[in-house]
Design a protein around this ligand. Structure first.
Ligand code: AMP
Ligand code: ZN
Length: 489
């Protein structure tokens, strides 16, 4: 195994993107939500970006083990081991047991992820479910000489670590610069060094979530959970570690140090960081109070929203920017996204009805290559979407009779649509509930409407009207056409 420190903040290589990474297995770890409150749209951007990456790698044939954790303990309000425990604070506020807080917001998070049509990760481990693994890891780090205990709290010794390893490597910053950005230690501080961070924190008498350990009752620091769980499920060195860019400087820097100090190896081959969703240029965050909840966005019930937008329009809006670029929220951008998304879905419906001719006047193989090239170039979804709009143009021209397509090309065009629009970008047609796969609901409605057609042909209007009334009651709009029928949900 290559022990050289290989850190890529971004992946910019093209076709051979993942060839060096133990094909066909890919281990991917993404820092999940801290479940003490509802996820906002910024959090969703990060998880939807990794859903796209998971979907594309799976499409390429990689066997991806996608681990996305749930942080349900050990998250203090301050970045430097100070402040209240977020879970305890919320539990007091909502008059709930802390694990009720965890349950409530975990379920809410899953609902939101389903609404955005994201796939479930392969494993979703929780910090509270892995206290033993975290304690074992801390014990090893102490044994290896990179951590020390002070009155029931265990600190990682950054100064000692920095003598052998480049602590600031991930953000390309020197130790002196990092030190400059932190406050001097006071007489009260237990830490030896300004950059030292807690691996285990001693419980106060009022601490609600605490566990026994070799250092007494306490709870784990935030960073150790990800090192312990990623090592457990993906090994000491794994392929991809992701999260939002805000996690790079502290959380991920500390994860590297912990894993290196414990396992004597670099934990991650490729670091991938998503950029921030911003509102009027400011990062969307829970603390800034500018975080829309997905529900508010769908209903339009927020002072900054002119109206509501559907989950797939929001997903489209996100896919229109590259995951490493910032994405600024605006009503205008969402309205443009809505137009684009509806155009893409409408062309998908038209595609189903196209007929092949003996020859083609369009080049579908080039289109397919372009789609793959876009995704192979660091998962460039905006470029992919621009190629899919070329597909839309082709579909509409064939439909208008301006271009023609043979059967082979038509099959390829359908493959492109199914693969990239539905399987990779993760869209679904909210009107027809088409998700590109054989859709049972759609097939059943088609079957019923074909029976209705037969009834009409046999002049059995009682049955045909009954079928129409039942489907109309269920919210299905039926339009009789000269070739048969069209329907919408
Ligand atoms: P949290 O629940 O705050 O721990 O965040 C969960 C995930 O969302 C982390 O990977 C964060 O980096 C990410 N995140 C937080 N705010 C934003 C934002 N405004 N845009 C994109 N990702 C974000
Ligand atoms: Zn993490």
């Amino acid at each position: 195994m290559n022990k050289d420190l290989q850190i890529y903040n971004t992946i910019t290589r093209k076709k051979e993107l993942f060839e060096p990474i133990n094909p066909p297995f890919v281990g991917m770890y993404v820092c999940g939500p801290t479940v003490y409150s509802d996820v906002h749209l910024g959090n969703c951007r990060t998880f939807i970006s990794f859903d796209l990456i998971f979907r594309y790698l799976s499409h390429l044939g990689y066997n991806v083990r996608y681990v996305r954790n749930i942080t349900d303990a050990g998250h203090l309000e301050g970045d430097r081991d100070e402040g209240d425990d977020k879970f305890a604070k919320k539990a007091k506020l909502e008059q709930l047991e802390p694990m009720e807080v965890v349950q409530k917001y975990t379920l809410g998070f899953h609902d939101v992820m389903r609404t955005f049509n994201t796939l479930s990760p392969s494993i979703e481990p929780t910090a509270t479910g892995h206290i033993a693994e975290q304690i074992e890891m801390i014990k090893d780090i102490i044994t290896n000489g990179y951590a020390y205990e002070k009155d029931g709290t265990v600190y990682f010794d950054v100064e000692k670590y920095s003598k052998e390893f480049d602590y600031g490597k991930l953000t390309n910053r020197k130790l002196e610069d990092l030190l400059e950005g932190t406050r001097e230690l006071g007489g009260q501080d237990e830490k030896k060094g300004r950059l030292d961070f807690a691996l285990w924190i001693k419980a106060k008498p009022e601490t609600l979530m605490k566990w026994p350990s070799p250092w007494g009752w306490g709870f784990p620091g935030w960073h150790i959970e990800c090192s312990a769980m990623s090592t457990k499920y993906l090994g000491e060195t794994f392929d991809i570690h992701g999260g939002g860019m805000d996690l790079q400087a502290t959380h991920h820097t500390n994860e590297i140090a912990q894993s290196q100090a414990c396992n004597h190896t670099v934990p991650v081959k490729y670091w991938m960081h998503t950029n921030m969703l911003t509102v009027n240029g400011a990062r969307m965050s829970k603390s800034a109070g500018n975080g829309f909840l997905p529900g508010e966005l769908f209903t339009g019930d927020h002072p900054l929203l002119e109206r509501g937008y559907s989950p797939m329009v929001v997903r489209f809006f996100m896919a229109q920017s590259h995951y490493r670029s910032t994405l600024d929220f605006s009503n205008q951008a969402l309205q443009a996204a809505e137009k684009g998304f509806l155009k893409l879905m409408k062309a998908g419906e038209t595609l189903k009805k196209l007929n092949a001719t003996t020859s083609s006047s369009v080049s579908i193989s080039e289109l397919k290559e372009n789609c793959y090239a876009a995704m192979n170039d660091d998962f460039n979804s905006p470029i992919l979407i621009s190629h899919l709009f070329e597909a839309v143009r082709i579909i509409n021209s064939i439909n208008d009779g301006a271009e023609k397509i043979n059967q082979n090309d038509l099959d390829e065009l359908k493959f492109i649509y199914k693969t990239f629009v539905f399987d990779v970008l993760g869209f679904k047609n909210e009107n027809t509930s088409d998700s590109g796969n054989s859709d049972l609901t759609g097939e059943l409605i088609d079957t019923i409407l074909n029976l209705r057609l037969e009834a009409k042909k046999n002049k059995d209007f009682v049955t045909s009207d009954k079928i129409r009334d039942i489907l109309t009651q269920k919210g299905i709009k039926i339009k009789d056409t000269k070739d048969g029928f069209e329907w919408e949900m």
